[in-house]
Design a protein around this ligand. Structure first.
Ligand SMILES: [Zn+2]
Ligand SMILES: [Zn+2]
Length: 95
């Protein structure tokens, strides 16, 4: 189950939505440099797989040249700042 939070950038004021958690069959990884999110489709449930189960080809490299990781921090999609405020009260779930 993926959860979504509303967030706001403290630098440029951009309002955006960030997701946490994975879909049932899509494993989410994030670029360490720009915060770009990539979903890897898997035919197992995502709680049964871990980052190390994917090959380098599946993980790939972000278009910015950055590395994808499971622990990368959320960034503002506009200015890439890490200085964001997440509204924890705004959580909603899809999937
Ligand atoms: Zn990137
Ligand atoms: Zn920003």
């Amino acid at each position: 189950m993926a959860s979504y939070f509303e967030a706001r950038c403290n630098k440029c004021g951009e309002e955006f939505t960030i997701s946490s958690g994975h879909g049932f069959y899509s494993y989410k990884i994030k670029c360490e440099d720009c915060g770009n999110v990539k979903s890897i489709k898997t035919n197992k449930r995502t709680y049964e797989v871990s980052f190390n189960d994917f090959t380098e080809d599946e993980i790939g490299v972000c278009e910015c040249g950055g590395k994808f990781s499971i622990e990368a921090k959320d960034r503002c999609p506009k200015c890439k700042s890490l200085d964001i405020k997440i509204d924890e009260g705004s959580v909603y779930s899809i999937d």
